[in-house]
Design a protein around this ligand. Structure first.
Ligand SMILES: [Zn+2]
Length: 282
């Protein structure tokens, strides 16, 4: 039942289809920044995640929210006592405007290198949505991003003591990427996971499972869901905080939940099943 509620909420707010304006309001809703664990902080809006991983050698930011969120994210970094200019890398989850639209401005403010999968970087560099994407009719262009660099699956982004691993999790988009790292607090080390979206979504009139421009989408998303399910995972942040129970865990005063990635995977599978059932209709 909770899955049903979450799916309904996601359809209202998370998907870009038919509700871009309503979505934007939700995506830009204010949120005070807060510590997730150790050197890792939530700096996103209430609707879209952005994560800051800090070190004395500089910081790594994951995702930049929609275009209108860049100033909020920068203000959150400063409010936590860090300098935007010390962000050396910005990592991208996937190349949709609600997660990547703010990256161009944040890159300018920081001078950071922007890293993602080859498919994501191709979109970020131009700001033009990927025509293969089943959501293409609903996707809007965003400001092209400078200083980009493609990573390979399994690459480790290193910065001083920080090491963040790229895990390609395609399906929602061809280039979707999840990221993992370790954070320590009071002598305990946790496996941190930034899980990118694994929701099977198509725009009206398009099919997720029968998309001639991306025929592997279903197989990809199934493999990506299984990959996230199998990750060592103590603290999960989903690209959409609502999809990873982040606010429930915030209420409970601990972000540690060793089942979080399994629940995330179960939600992804439920979503896929619903999409496949709908697309099986004549
Ligand atoms: Zn998306």
């Amino acid at each position: 039942m909770k899955n049903t509620i979450r799916l309904a909420a996601a359809l209202l707010f998370g998907g870009v289809s038919a509700s871009t304006v309503a979505g934007m309001t939700e995506w830009l809703a204010p949120q005070d920044p807060f510590a997730l664990y150790g050197n890792t902080y939530y700096v996103g809006t209430h609707g879209i995640s952005a994560v800051l991983i800090t070190s004395p050698a500089g910081h790594i930011l994951i995702d930049g929210g929609p275009a209108g969120a860049a100033d909020q994210i920068a203000a959150h970094v400063r409010a936590l006592g860090f300098k935007v200019e010390d962000i050396r890398y910005i990592l991208n989850g996937h190349d949709h405007f609600d997660h990547a639209g703010g990256i161009a401005a944040l890159q300018k403010m920081s001078g950071a290198a922007v890293l993602g999968s080859p498919a994501s970087i191709a979109v970020l560099r131009t700001g033009q949505p990927d025509k293969r994407d089943a959501q293409y009719p609903d996707l809007v262009p965003f400001a092209p991003v400078a200083n980009t660099r493609a990573v390979r699956d399994g690459d480790v982004v290193k910065l001083g003591p920080l090491a963040v691993t790229a895990h390609f999790t395609p399906g929602h988009t061809p280039g979707a990427t999840s990221w993992t790292w370790l954070s320590s607090e009071s002598g305990k080390t946790m496996h941190m996971v930034y899980a990118d979206s694994v929701t099977a979504i198509a725009a009206d009139g398009r099919s997720f499972s029968r998309n001639p421009l991306y025929p592997n989408a279903r197989a990809d998303v199934e493999r990506s869901i299984a990959m996230i399910e199998g990750l060592e995972c103590d603290v999960l942040v989903g690209a959409h905080p609502d999809f990873s129970d982040l606010w429930e865990r915030k209420e409970s005063r601990t972000f540690v939940d060793p089942d979080a990635c399994r629940k995330y995977a179960a939600n992804g599978r439920a979503w896929l099943a619903k999409t496949l059932a709908a697309e099986a209709q004549p």
